[in-house]
Design a protein around this ligand. Structure first.
Ligand code: PHE
Length: 343
């Protein structure tokens, strides 16, 4: 009778355990059979105390075996439930690697920087050093040392930003760094100076109050204008990636003697004549000349022993020519739609 009851209990326990699928149903099962007072199995085991020793032994052993068997199956079940819940959790946390990511915008060099670096590379390969100087400059370096007399129009308030501090200006060209370079390094000397310059000017499509120049100078015992021409031909061919036409004509700058201007064969019309070159086939490119003896002296270099050329051109202008940009203001405007074209 009791044996029968225990066997049935085992059967129902096993079938109940089959149906357990999560932590809650597991706990319910545990309570139903093993709760301290009300558990079905607990109650049977307790009831054994009223039996004879003979029966106690027999049934006790039997029910203990069943108990152990059920507990063994419960352990397995528990592992199964843990595994299932982990699987569910992982499924929820899964990362979909095929979803589109968030795009990061990557910046790029300003066209002025790109071309400046290109030019620096070319001159570096020719053995020039690259120098810089202050943007806020003394009148002495910007004018006097460069042999620019006080009556020269460049001294006019119309062209120059004079600072409140007496004798100080925003440099109007990169030429003052010629003097600084000579003082710092002496002769022989080969250097270029890229830098920002300032003119007190109303802005329009071809004028800005701030723009970039590249100065150059080469001083040695026998440097002459043929060297300048050869170097500029090579540099400009490489910048424009084709054979460009050059022309020298006389020009006046107080810090060179003789002074000259270098023109480029118009790159737009190839010399035939267009609106950019004003039908002449040539565009002004830079000022240059043999460094004036007074300028060498200001740079503490003996003009009887050394001579050299100097040149200065507008980097901003060059960039406009290279890329066909028709308004100088675009280059300082920070308009991304414009700048992205040069990526
Ligand atoms: N500094 C001159 C300018 O700004 C250019 C120049 C440089 C001319 C060197 C001759 C020699 O126009």
């Amino acid at each position: 009778m009791l044996l029968e009851k225990i066997k049935n209990l085992k059967k129902s326990a096993l079938s109940d355990l089959e149906k357990v699928f999560d932590e809650k149903s597991f706990r319910d099962f545990e309570l139903k059979y093993f709760a301290r007072k009300t558990g079905l199995l607990t109650k049977i085991l307790r009831g054994l105390s009223g039996l004879s020793i003979e029966e106690k032994k027999k049934i006790g052993k039997f029910s203990n075996e069943i108990k152990r068997e059920i507990e063994e199956l419960m352990k397995k079940k528990k592992k199964e439930i843990e595994y299932l819940s982990l699987k569910k959790k992982l499924k929820k946390e899964k990362i979909d690697l095929t979803l589109p990511g968030q795009e990061k915008e990557i910046g790029s060099l300003h066209p002025l920087s790109t071309v400046q670096r290109e030019i620096e590379d070319i001159f570096l390969q020719m053995g020039f050093q690259i120098l810089t100087g202050p943007e806020m400059e003394s009148e002495y370096y910007n004018f006097e040392a460069l042999n620019i007399p006080s009556y020269h129009p460049a001294r006019d308030m119309q062209d120059t930003f004079y600072m409140e501090e007496e004798g100080t200006v925003l440099r109007t060209h990169t030429s003052p760094v010629q003097i600084r370079a000579m003082q710092d390094y002496g002769a022989p000397l080969k250097a270029i100076v890229p830098g920002r310059v300032f003119r007190y000017e109303a802005t329009d499509a071809s004028h800005d109050n701030t723009f970039y120049q590249i100065e150059g100078l080469m001083i040695d015992k026998e440097i002459n204008l043929a060297n300048l021409k050869a170097i500029m031909q090579e540099v400009l061919n490489r910048i424009f990636k084709k054979e460009v036409k050059l022309r020298f004509r006389p020009g006046y700058f107080p810090f060179v003697e003789p002074g000259l201007e270098l023109d480029l064969g118009c790159l737009i019309c190839e010399g035939k004549g267009c609106s950019v070159c004003k039908q002449s086939g040539w565009v002004e490119f830079m000022g240059a000349g043999m460094i004036h003896p007074n300028v060498l002296k200001a740079g503490k270099i003996n003009p009887k022993k050394w001579q050299g050329f100097a040149f200065g051109f507008g980097l901003t202008r060059l960039v406009m020519m290279k890329y066909g940009i028709n308004d100088i203001r675009l280059l300082s405007g920070g308009n991304l739609n414009f700048l992205k074209q040069f990526n």
